[in-house]
Design a protein around this ligand. Sequence first.
Ligand SMILES: Cc1cc2nc3c(=O)[nH]c(=O)nc-3n(C[C@H](O)[C@H](O)[C@H](O)COP(=O)(O)OP(=O)(O)OC[C@H]3O[C@@H](n4cnc5c(N)ncnc54)[C@H](O)[C@@H]3O)c2cc1C
Length: 356
Amino acid sequence: TENEGNCLIKGKDLYPIPRVNQSGGEAPSGYFTQQEISKLKQALEELSQEKVEKYIRKSLADALGDLLKEEKLLLLSQLLGMELLEPEPKRISAGELILHLERKAEAQANSCQLKGSTRILIQAMVKSIEQSSELKTRDRALTLEIEKNRVKSINTTEGVIESDAVVWTGSLAQFFQLAGAVSFPEKWVKKVKRMERVSGLALDFGLREKVSEVKGWLFEPASKILARFPSNLDPSLAPEGKQLASWLILVSEQEINDPEAVRSAIQKLRAQIKRLFPDFFALAEWERILHLPIIDSSALTHKQSRLDRIEINAPGLENVFFAGDSVSVPGIRSEVALRSGIEVSQRCLSYLRREG
Ligand SMILES: Cc1cc2nc3c(=O)[nH]c(=O)nc-3n(C[C@H](O)[C@H](O)[C@H](O)COP(=O)(O)OP(=O)(O)OC[C@H]3O[C@@H](n4cnc5c(N)ncnc54)[C@H](O)[C@@H]3O)c2cc1C
């Protein structure tokens, strides 16, 4: 049957993941009992009654205490964490998780997924920008020309661009290279360099025929595997009757450039796919591997909640602003990037108006 929700991968079987954040009756699940679901749901509801600031820098393990000694409740909380790409309750920010579940319930949405595809969003943004401005897509920023505490211009691969204000969306490590000898506050530099990222490997497949009807995510928290059959999101990539399958395995930042660790992660992922869908590889028309040193530039742990990520204004440079998923705005993953874009445009505009 068609399943809009997310599923737990358990060996060769899939089980619907109950929606513990929604009011009303719990969704049935072949793996978790109603009692287990209600227990976690009630504990999360109790936390959400309190001031969220209290929990934002606290781990879920700390917030829920002994409850997570029960194996199934631990698994349920790991599954919730997978939506934040962090299945370890000792690292999940309890406050961020609660806020995410509340937003998800309010939006009546299934985890963090853009309606339609990213392409639809990008096309709309391009259309809007081109109505009033020029969009340059070939210019790679190389260095910043700085005078006193302002960026005057940017040297790019296609020439120099004069700038009244700059919004930097790339990696912060690269920003340091671009800015050259600017002396940023030591504490800030340390914070930026300490930021932990999420890395991993993705395997995408084009399948000759439909393999799964599940529309949500498939999660296997112990091996940090997540998957999706996204043909429904972007039919242009998979014609009627065929199917796309995207599989992701999270690999630590330390291991992502170690060939042995990468090989072993890919083997683990392929073995899991085969366990679930024995005919999968025979049906694959094409496949590609993506090596992803950055999936999320700020892992959503209790040490990197919105209170700890970087501010929008660059310290010491009055006309430089940061946007992207490492910025201190509410949300998770691409939601952080999108919200930071909205926030940055307002800050930038008021700066430009102030400066005349
Ligand atoms: C395989 C995969 C699947 C994902 N799935 C999801 C999902 O389902 N839901 C979700 O919410 N998030 C998902 N994410 C995470 C999401 O993609 C990121 O959180 C989001 O893209 C971050 O946006 P950003 O603007 O910070 O960075 P980016 O999207 O990386 O954008 C940075 C931009 O800066 C440009 N740039 C960098 N350096 C320069 C330079 N020197 N000059 C000019 N331009 C430069 C880059 O070309 C790029 O376009 C996924 C990520 C990956 C890799």
